[in-house]
Design a protein around this ligand. Structure first.
Ligand SMILES: Cc1cc2nc3c(=O)[nH]c(=O)nc-3n(C[C@H](O)[C@H](O)[C@H](O)COP(=O)(O)OP(=O)(O)OC[C@H]3O[C@@H](n4cnc5c(N)ncnc54)[C@H](O)[C@@H]3O)c2cc1C
Length: 402
């Protein structure tokens, strides 16, 4: 069986769904394919990720009618970002680099929202659009492109013919590989464990990123619920063998271990969710396009989570692509559309990808000279007001230049 659409998207993750919506806004007919069944796409399960949305991303979700689909009680304002490195005497956490929203605004730096709720909200809006056909429970197994069209073969034998195929199939994108697009893959040799913890001390909207010796810990503020205590998302980076032990130890042992690792700064920690793990590999595709194919989301740029920009850049990428399609001559997969997208998205992502990998490598390297450099770097940055203002502006992302 053959289907015809203006654009085909492989992958109904947040980037693919957002892109389908933007294309529909441009009046295009879109097919979006994902191996997950419709029930999973409609109600994705908790995956541990709390996404720090920039103002730009929040505004995009508002403009596209998605924000009201996210329960207000699940949105947590991020008031301060606090960065620490190495070991202080227990209880002395004063040597830190702090970023706050400018005092002239009452705004937060950003907004933390659980990833599965973002996915659910975008899906609720997408499924109401008649221009979008969701092909759930189906995988893309082969793709090709020529001067005139993109051809996409699904695992049930369906062939989709369209002007453009967009690969939004995640950081280990099979489509990127089979179409011969290489990628810079940086394997940090670590794994990340993410889960929710309850604790007696309030977090006051502070996100902590602590590059400790032998471990990296982030504690991200999560909105309170109706139970006693407060909630944070724990993001713990360790060697894979240590993560495997933590993932399977009893809840009581885990609670004790995390209380010790966090030096009781929030009081006794209690596990409140599933423990989810991710390999720490970052990816930057050598190219974001080839004949009748564009890469977006993590398939194009899979960021290190420390700067919390993967989804934010994924949204930005699909915006750029859709702007170029709207500006073009009506052919969504023309060479000029794809080249302009490539140029603009590379400019928007390459410096940040390189800087993030560099900082992550330095701040997770525990040799003595690196430790000294880390501490000196934080102390200098804390005193450099213009640098802090620049980074704060970047974290909030109010500018629309790309
Ligand atoms: C611990 C952690 C914390 C993070 N925190 C932040 C943060 O604070 N801020 C931020 O902006 N980002 C953050 N990120 C990054 C963010 O989660 C990702 O950038 C984002 O989810 C990527 O979305 P995506 O749609 O590109 O890919 P994915 O979410 O990986 O979706 C890919 C989709 O493609 C589908 N697929 C796979 N193969 C095929 C195929 N052959 N055919 C069709 N479909 C296929 C999959 O089923 C899946 O649905 C974090 C990531 C992690 C791991």
């Amino acid at each position: 069986m053959t289907q015809f659409h203006d654009v085909t998207i492989a992958g109904a993750g947040p980037a693919g769904l957002a892109c389908a919506l933007s294309l529909a806004e441009n009046g295009l007919r879109v097919a979006i394919v994902d191996p997950a069944p419709e029930t999973t796409l409609a109600v994705p399960s908790f995956d541990g990720r709390e996404i720090a949305l920039t103002h730009h991303s929040r505004d995009w979700l508002v403009r596209n009618g998605i924000w009201p689909h996210i329960p207000a009680g699940a949105i947590s304002p991020l008031r301060t970002a606090r960065i620490e490195t190495g070991q202080e005497a227990p209880g002395n956490h004063s040597a830190a680099l702090l970023f706050r929203a400018p005092e002239t605004t009452s705004d937060a730096l950003g907004y933390l929202v659980p990833n599965h709720l973002i996915r659910k909200a975008i899906h609720e809006v997408v499924r109401e659009r008649p221009e979008i056909t969701i092909l759930a429970g189906r995988s893309v197994v082969a793709t090709s492109g020529n001067r005139d069209e993109a051809m996409t073969l699904l695992d049930n034998g369906t062939l989709i013919r369209s002007g453009l195929l967009i690969a939004a199939d995640g950081r280990f994108s099979r489509i990127r590989q089979t179409r011969g697009i290489g990628a810079i893959i940086h394997d940090f040799g670590k794994e990340i464990l993410v889960c929710r913890m309850r604790h007696p001390e309030p977090h006051d909207g502070v996100a902590l990123q602590w590059f400790d010796e032998g471990q990296t810990i982030a504690l991200l503020p999560v909105a309170d619920d109706d139970q006693p205590g407060h909630l944070s998302s724990l993001v713990l980076t360790l060697d894979p063998a240590d993560i495997a032990v933590l993932k399977t130890m009893s809840k009581a042992e885990f609670d004790r271990d995390i209380t010790r690792r966090t030096q009781s700064r929030m009081g006794d920690m209690r596990l409140e969710s599933a423990r989810c793990t991710y390999p720490l590999k970052t990816v930057f595709a050598h190219r974001f396009e080839t004949t009748r194919l564009a890469l977006i989301g993590d398939a194009a740029v899979g960021m290190h989570p420390i700067t919390a920009h993967g989804f934010n850049l994924g949204l930005r990428g699909q915006e750029i692509l859709c702007e170029e399609i709207a500006r073009g001559d009506g052919d969504p997969g023309s060479t000029s559309v794809l080249r302009n997208f490539e140029r603009r998205h590379r400019r928007a992502t390459a410096p940040l990808f390189a800087a993030t990998n560099g900082i992550a490598s330095l701040y997770t390297h525990d040799a003595r000279p690196a430790l000294a450099l880390r501490k000196a770097g934080l102390a200098i940055a804390e005193r450099l007001t213009p640098l802090k203002a620049l980074v704060t502006g970047f974290l909030m992302d109010r500018d629309h230049a790309a």
